[in-house]
Design a protein around this ligand. Structure first.
Ligand SMILES: Cc1cc2nc3c(=O)[nH]c(=O)nc-3n(C[C@H](O)[C@H](O)[C@H](O)COP(=O)(O)OP(=O)(O)OC[C@H]3O[C@@H](n4cnc5c(N)ncnc54)[C@H](O)[C@@H]3O)c2cc1C
Length: 468
């Protein structure tokens, strides 16, 4: 089929897998009275990928399946193709005769580079592109210092961010025209398409689940968020990161609902909880704005003075860290939670990241890549921000001389050892105190002795950073 008489326009779904508050989708729908074709181009790599893995791809599959259901309920379907986005979109434009392509922009340099190629292709064949922005509540270049620069420090960024008005979320579009008859589509993606193994746990995701998760969190648990968000044994955080990663939840809706919750809050505790939660969403905005302005942070340290640190490659230690076999119970618990669920508690992400860089002296890029390949919420900007924070090389990072002690961190945030025991079952029978100090003898048969002496490695790290 070539060039339909009354051609639709295309909406290219990418990481905006929802109908509510989707600016590109809404505009295409409104301007063309529902005569639009929603498309998804599935990537064609196989086996392994430097910045994703089974957990995140499984969340993608589940989100696409939910999107397909919503689209069918609205009278259309998702047209799926597999391959390079430039070639596949070109083919779809030609097959349908569509002359307009709508999409939302990506926040990372790989996505931006792809957009440039798609835009060049569209120009070449005389099609119009309509890019929009949705991944952050404010487009990444909006929040600027008095002199028009991007911010390098979180607190003034947050203060300036809060002064901006966030556009109200858009409603989901109404009915869609059906897809052109006989237009080829592929089945919904599965992990087998990328030759990926099934992850042990698949996050319950997709737009309806994301909206429910937001409402449930704001209707109660958020009141305890400020007090309990650092305790990894509690389910005290929102678990919205995967939803924000795949865009099954709009960040503008999340911010709007926070503001409404703030206005309705009846206790100081509830107010503090919502404010703290909003603060975390602003950290996400901050890291996105940093990556937008300084995409080189994916390659090198933000702070130039730390670009020549003498990292100490150690494949055996790196493997033990990944496997959760370092002999530091809190570190091992975190790494095992990551392997088993594709998610790790934020406090523990900081502990394991600082451990890799300051105790093992391994390049933060190794940890950054492992996280992206293991997390369901793997997000280039927040992940890089978190890693460079922990390595003390980032924009607004932990000072290098403030090295967290993994033993005291676990005593402080997991005093009863509930989190450790949940993820390191061989330590279940031990009294909590033994979990938070270097053991004088093996704790239990089969559990390794600590891979390093923290006090000694702390001194080594200080020396490495001083000599930089
Ligand atoms: C080394 C390291 C790597 C990280 N990698 C990622 C990543 O790949 N993807 C990711 O989404 N987050 C990452 N984070 C940030 C944070 O750990 C997760 O966003 C959070 O644990 C997700 O759980 P939640 O949704 O229950 O969080 P909540 O505590 O409920 O927070 C709500 C939302 O705020 C945002 N947020 C919270 N903390 C941060 C933060 N420190 N930086 C940026 N945004 C934040 C997230 O979107 C999160 O969903 C990383 C942190 C560290 C220290």
């Amino acid at each position: 089929m070539r060039g339909l008489n009354n051609p639709p326009v295309l909406h290219w779904f990418r990481r905006d897998l929802r109908l509510h508050d989707n600016p590109a989708l809404q505009s295409a729908h409104r301007r063309h009275e529902g005569r639009m074709l929603p498309v998804y181009i599935q990537s064609a790599w196989r086996g392994s990928h430097p910045w994703t893995g089974p957990a995140r791809q499984a969340a993608l599959c589940a989100s696409l399946a939910a999107l397909e259901q919503s689209l069918q309920a609205a009278g259309t379907r998702l047209t799926i193709r597999r391959g390079g986005a430039v070639e596949e979109l070109r083919r779809l434009l030609e097959e349908t005769g569509a002359r307009e392509l709508y999409f939302n922009r990506s926040p990372d340099p790989w996505g931006r580079e792809l957009e440039e190629r798609v835009e060049a292709m569209a120009r070449q064949i005389g099609a119009q592109v309509h890019p929009f922005h949705e991944v952050t509540a404010l487009p990444p270049e909006t929040v600027r210092t008095g002199s028009g620069e991007a911010f390098r420090v979180f607190t003034p960024f947050a203060r300036a961010w809060l002064k901006h008005e966030i556009p109200a979320p858009l409603p989901a579009p109404g009915r869609f025209a059906p897809p052109p008859p006989r237009l080829r589509t592929l089945p919904l993606p599965t992990l087998a398409d990328w030759d990926l193994p099934a992850p042990p746990v698949v996050a319950l995701t997709g737009e309806p689940a994301a909206l429910r998760r937001l409402e449930t969190f704001l209707s109660g648990p958020v009141s305890r968020y400020a007090a309990e968000r650092d305790i990894p044994s509690l389910e005290a955080t929102s678990r919205l990161s995967v939803d924000l990663r795949w865009g099954t939840l709009s960040i503008r809706l999340a911010v709007q609902r926070c503001r409404e919750a703030l206005a309705a809050a009846r206790s100081a505790e509830a107010r503090t909880g919502v404010q703290k939660f909003l603060d975390e969403l602003i950290w996400r905005e901050f890291y996105m704005a940093l990556l937008w302005r300084w995409p080189n942070v994916l390659e090198e340290e933000f702070q130039a003075e730390y670009r020549h640190l003498q990292w100490q490659p150690n494949p055996a230690a790196l493997e033990r860290w990944k496997a959760g076999a370092t002999g530091f119970p809190i570190v091992d618990a975190g790494m095992r939670q990551l392997a088993a669920t594709g998610w790790m508690h934020n406090r523990v992400r900081m502990i394991v990241a600082m451990f890799l860089t300051k105790d093992l002296h391994i390049d933060w890029r190794e940890g950054e890549a492992h996280f992206l390949q293991s997390l369901a919420d793997g997000e280039a900007a927040s992940n890089n921000g978190g890693w460079q924070w922990s390595a003390s090389t980032g924009a607004d990072a932990a000072p290098y001389f403030r090295i967290q002690n993994p033993w005291s961190q676990s005593a402080r945030f997991d005093p009863e050892g509930l989190y450790i025991r949940a993820w390191v079952p061989e330590l279940r029978g031990l009294p909590p105190a033994l979990l938070h100090m270097p053991p004088s003898a093996p704790l239990v048969p089969g559990y390794p002795r600590p891979i390093v002496d923290h006090a000694r490695e702390r001194a080594v790290a200080l020396e490495l950073y001083r000599r930089r």
